[in-house]
Design a protein around this ligand. Structure first.
Ligand SMILES: Nc1ncnc2c1ncn2[C@@H]1O[C@H](COP(=O)(O)OP(=O)(O)OP(=O)(O)O)[C@@H](O)[C@H]1O
Ligand SMILES: [Mg+2]
Length: 256
């Protein structure tokens, strides 16, 4: 598949219907999306338009009914559970909408866990986990359990954990949704810093200010992408604001 060699993520004609009690819910109705290596994409759209569903399918946490998803030249669609688990460990870091932290473990163990699951030695995993906690400014909380952390600290912990395996693609579902504006700004500054370090990021957000940190805004509506997609063009005509804010621009390069 060399349709776009720089692509870290390619989704083509992705459809997903949930069987609900009354009527089926067509959550995704043919999604096409390409994200290149090093891009920071903000995914926006009204509640229920399919953003989390799309992220879950990209991460291989749920399966598409139709269409094709490739991450880092590996097919996500049509794989076994084992294959998907391996692919996730190798390529995907995900920050969930509701964090999904393990309350029975310490902060350090939460961050080290993905690497341990991926087969690294515990000591190595914990060394990297300490580095990440340091990077995110919560190393003093290493021995605490997540429940004693503030919202912003919990969010940073979720980010640290998502970075544990040096993922090719970082997926974030409303990473600032549960935070006040200071906490939100911190998280965005952090994601911006990661992006400048070369991390590819797809972030769901409802907040236009948050979206401005990203290099490109992609809009969804009713289970579809609502704007022209790359492959076609870098930035759609309706996202003039995002076109002027590239990763190297002063606006995105806030204090760090
Ligand atoms: N497991 C499920 N079973 C049934 N319906 C579901 C399921 N998951 C999602 N849906 C439905 O699919 C649609 C898309 O949901 P999704 O969670 O992707 O929306 P979203 O864009 O992330 O919304 P929000 O911004 O509120 O998080 C919604 O109508 C939702 O009710
Ligand atoms: Mg959602």
């Amino acid at each position: 598949m060399s349709e776009n060699t720089a692509a870290v993520l390619t989704a083509r004609g992705v459809r997903k219907t949930f069987e609900a009690e009354n009527a089926p819910v067509r959550a995704l109705r043919g999604v096409d999306l390409t994200v290149d290596r090093g891009e920071f994409v903000a995914l926006m759209g009204p509640s229920g338009c399919g953003k989390s569903t799309l992220l879950n399918l990209i991460a291989g946490l749920d399966t598409a009914d139709e269409g094709r998803i490739m991450v880092a030249d590996e097919e996500v669609t049509g794989r076994t559970e084992d294959d998907l688990a391996r692919l996730r460990r190798r390529h995907i870091g995900i920050i969930f909408q509701f964090f999904n932290l393990l309350e029975g473990m310490t902060v350090l163990e939460n961050v080290a866990l993905p690497a341990v699951i991926a087969g690294r030695k515990r000591r190595m995993a914990e060394t990297r986990a300490r580095d990440l906690l340091d990077l995110l400014g919560i190393s003093d909380k290493a021995a605490a359990v997540p429940s004693v952390l503030s919202g912003g600290q919990r969010q940073r912990l979720a980010i640290a954990r998502a970075l544990a395996n040096e993922p090719t693609l970082l997926l974030a579902d409303e990473p600032t949704g549960a935070l006040d504006s200071d906490g939100g700004a911190e998280v965005i500054e952090l994601l911006t810093r990661l992006h400048r370090g070369g991390q590819t990021i797809v972030m769901v957000t409802h907040d236009a200010n948050v979206a401005h940190a990203a290099g490109r805004v992609v809009r969804m509506r009713d289970g579809r992408i609502a704007e022209p997609q790359p492959g076609d063009d870098r930035v759609g005509p309706a996202s003039a604001a995002s076109a002027t804010i590239g990763p190297a621009s002063p606006a995105a390069a806030g204090a760090s």
